[in-house]
Design a protein. Structure first.
Ligand SMILES: C[S@@+](CC[C@H](N)C(=O)[O-])C[C@H]1O[C@@H](n2cnc3c(N)ncnc32)[C@H](O)[C@@H]1O
Length: 340
């Protein structure tokens, strides 16, 4: 997938003043700080104007891709649900709002909550270039998510790549506050690492106990059946611009963003038979599928060429595809959606 043209252009514009070499140095330093783990107490990884430009150059396309892919899974499971309002907590430069507007073009209003003033300024600069009124006229609120705030319920609530930046003992209270502000669906996205998945798994358990239903990716409301060092995640391929390649110092024209997520709703979606949770292995006479299913938990299935109808259906499946109930057609994921 590509970033929407107007977001790509707005990002290029916002980054034009800084030489690519300088952005690369700042991005490398920022990446070291991220890898070192938790941010300084009361602080955030990216604070200065340069940090934020480097963050946007390197990470915005990837986190956009993850939000877009996760929200498409929500739309697929709730085809009749149209959120009118969005609240994004730890919004950064407003990335998830752009993704939500691409998935639901009729989104009418967005509220973005963020602590860093420079991040808000950068996000507002991007939003000024948007045609969508939900993006253009978004309300930005500068506050600490762990402090005192009160925000009315919104149809769609997102917190994307944020939980891991908050102190672990505060996660449960933070998620409870988000759920209280969720009129429809709460989407939590984290990096597709074992640690990111562990946070998602715990968040999902907490929200199930609060009465939420799982919209995606799990095809059920039971505890996650994954054990040992197995972790549930997905992958979205996104194109890299020239500047992105310069700043990252690579030649590849794309990158694959791995992410873990949970979309939890007030209403239960229609049932499905399962979801493909790994890249399907297409062999000569058969296709191996790893599935998560409501009936049997994790399941490995081999579909042989002899079973013509199922084989034809299995050929269209991608990592992340759902298996609809038996009498419906499987809906293939976007061509380049799932990459290893
Ligand atoms: C990794 S960025 C993710 C940004 C955006 N959600 C995305 O997906 O691209 C994390 C964001 O959370 C914000 N953040 C972290 N801790 C925060 C806090 N306690 N209060 C408000 N914002 C916070 C950071 O400033 C940063 O913009």
């Amino acid at each position: 997938m590509e970033l929407p043209g107007e977001l790509r252009a707005a990002l290029d514009d916002a980054l034009a003043a800084l030489p690519a070499k300088r952005l690369a140095t700042v991005a490398a330093d920022l990446s070291l700080r991220y890898r070192a783990g938790t941010p300084p107490p009361g602080g955030t990884f990216a604070r200065s104007r340069e940090d934020i430009a480097a963050y946007a150059a390197v990470r915005l396309p990837a986190t956009y891709a993850a939000s877009y892919a996760a929200l498409r899974q929500v739309r697929e499971r709730l085809p009749d649900w149209e959120p009118a309002t969005l609240a994004d907590f730890g919004a950064g430069p407003g990335t998830a709002m752009w993704a939500a507007s691409a998935v639901w073009p009729d989104l009418a209003h967005s509220t973005l909550v963020e602590r860093e003033a420079e991040m808000i300024a950068f996000g507002q600069r991007l939003a000024a270039e948007a045609q969508s009124s939900a993006i253009h006229a978004a309300t930005w609120i500068k506050t600490d998510l762990l402090g005192t705030w009160d925000i009315a319920p919104h149809d769609l609530v997102i917190t994307s790549y944020v939980l891991g930046e908050l102190p672990e003992p505060q996660h449960a209270a933070f998620l409870q506050r988000l759920w209280e502000r969720t009129a429809g669906t709460l989407v939590i996205i984290e990096p597709g690492t074992p640690a990111g998945f562990a946070r998602i798994r715990q968040a999902r358990l907490q929200l199930l106990a609060a009465g939420a239903h799982t919209v995606a990716p799990c095809p059920h409301d039971q505890p996650c059946p994954m054990v040992d060092d197995n972790w549930c995640h997905f992958s979205q391929r996104v194109a890299r611009s020239r500047l992105h390649r310069q700043v990252k110092g690579g030649d590849l024209g794309f990158e694959d963003e791995k992410f873990a997520f949970a979309a939890m709703a007030r209403l239960a979606p229609e049932p499905i038979r399962g979801r493909v949770i790994r890249h399907p292995q297409v062999q000569k006479g058969h296709i191996d599928l790893e599935l998560c299913t409501p009936a049997d938990g994790l399941q490995r299935t081999v579909v042989t060429r002899k079973d013509r109808a199922r084989f034809r259906q299995a050929r269209d499946l991608r990592w992340g595809s759902i298996l609809p109930m038996a009498d419906e057609q499987a809906e293939p994921a976007e061509e380049d959606d799932a990459a290893d």
